[in-house]
Design a protein around this ligand. Structure first.
Ligand SMILES: *Cc1c(COP(=O)(O)O)cnc(C)c1O
Length: 433
């Protein structure tokens, strides 16, 4: 027998395969070359036949020139931070694609001069929240908060309740964030209780603003008291309210979730929130409120470092002005419809994989992304043996399920009904792994 290593084709020869030449136009030469190198390594190891090197390299190529992979979210968690939070609507995707070339993001086509950056998106946000005199868009919710507190209180005090000194995730704490740009925190009250008198006693010439943060990712119950926005607004200092989730107006499905319009009507000088949580748009931070303060933030030097790009502006405008975004549709999914889809999936799996037990079980979804922590979204899931979870993640596209009490739960809440067959195929493929 000849040594298979002798027959290892040359990299250039494999790269010349017409399909790989075409892939180089689509994905770039370095990426295709890496795939060829990896395939040839397999040939050297005897794992791939020499004449299959090109096929193997093609199989190793990603779908796009980005390493980010489309995944199917079968966790039932609508805004999963690890999975990119809100999925964009088709309208937002189309807007984003159209904005990817040269666009009039900061240009007036009529007289050929510079124009207000993102004015269409700002106008859409203004229409969505008529209670806001002025609006500003930055990179994310944390940026909105840090810009507001820095512009109003650098070198001075931000007065905040001890019960609102929250950590937002991955070890990032709002107090650290606020202090990182030179504002001082003046904590008032205790973890569970704070009164208007506590705030009033802390105010003085050194006060830059009063900050109210929505504790969006946890709940304190029992002997508690907080001061409502309406009362804080009466204090002689600008009130900044971080509502977090990006709910722009009250939503009957989320009675405990604060919204921007109500906070402004209750007298907040500025409201900050995220664009990719309950609003269902791209990552962004929104600032809404009094014209003089929004203008101060806009002209503050840090604002330039937090500015959003044209893609965000395009997707955000299409979210504000366009059809209902997927995150809202998933949140409000009808449990009966979810049950019917789960039953169909369980049937397909049981019928095809006779020995495997797939049953429909009651399973609650969640808003996630640090939003509406106490809210249960009643729904259903298909329960499979726990080993399916890892096998489903290894598929293409990867399906991310939830593992609970030694079962792999497939919740279809955050899956488009048109993709149910993709989930079914993934389960069948995973059974073979
Ligand atoms: C999520 C959240 C933030 C941070 O917003 P990002 O968009 O993640 O930067 C800040 N404050 C509150 C109350 C939040 O819920």
């Amino acid at each position: 027998m000849t040594d298979p290593r002798r027959a290892v084709p040359r990299t250039d020869a494999v790269l010349a395969d017409p399909r790989l030449v075409q892939a180089q136009h689509r994905l770039g030469r370095p990426r295709v070359k890496r795939a060829v190198t990896a395939a040839l390594q397999e040939v050297r190891a005897g794992a791939t036949a020499p004449d299959e090197a090109a096929d193997r390299a093609l199989g190793l190529l990603p779908a796009t020139a980005s390493s980010l992979r489309r995944i199917i979210n079968a966790t039932g968690v609508v805004l999963h931070t690890n999975l990119g939070r809100a999925p964009l609507s088709p309208a937002a995707v189309a807007a984003l694609q159209a904005a990817s070339g040269y666009v009039d993001v900061e240009y007036d086509l009529e007289d050929g001069s510079r124009a207000r950056r993102g004015r269409g998106t700002l106008a859409a946000l203004g229409r969505a929240v008529p209670d806001a005199e002025a609006v500003l868009i930055v990179n994310n919710g944390a940026a909105a908060l840090v810009l507001a507190t820095t512009a109003l209180a650098a070198g001075r005090d931000v007065v905040i309740s001890r019960g609102e000194m929250v950590e937002i995730g991955d070890g990032f704490r709002l107090p650290d964030l606020i202090q990182s740009t030179g504002a001082r925190l003046r904590e008032v009250g205790t973890t569970n209780r704070v009164t208007l008198a506590d705030y009033a006693a802390a105010l003085g010439p050194q006060t830059g603003c009063v900050l109210k943060v929505h504790p969006s990712n946890f709940r304190i119950e029992g002997f508690t008291s907080a001061v409502p926005t309406r009362q804080l607004a009466g204090l002689p200092a600008p009130l900044v309210v971080d509502v977090g989730s990006g709910l722009l107006a009250p939503d009957p499905q989320l009675p405990d979730e604060p919204d921007a319009a109500t906070a402004l009507r209750d007298g907040a000088a500025l409201v900050t929130c995220s664009g990719d949580k309950l609003l269902g748009g791209p990552q962004a931070g929104l600032v809404l409120g009094r014209t003089d303060l929004v203008e101060r933030l806009r002209r503050f030097p840090l604002a330039r470092a937090l500015r959003v790009d044209k893609l965000t502006l395009a997707a955000l405008e299409a979210t504000l002005d366009g059809p209902v975004p997927p995150a809202s549709a998933y949140r409000g999914a009808d449990p009966d419809e979810l049950h019917a889809r789960c039953a169909a999936l369980a049937n397909t799996v049981s019928a095809t994989l006779g020995g495997i037990c797939a049953e429909v079980v009651a399973s609650d979804g969640a808003v996630g992304g640090g939003g509406a922590p106490g809210l249960v979204l009643p729904g259903w899931a298909v329960a499979l043996p726990a080993a399916f979870a890892a096998a489903l993640r290894a598929g293409d596209p990867p399906v991310v399920a939830r593992v609970e009490r030694d079962r792999c739960l497939l919740d279809l809440r955050c899956v488009d009904a048109a993709d149910d067959h993709v989930v079914a195929d993934a389960v069948l493929a995973a059974a073979g792994r």
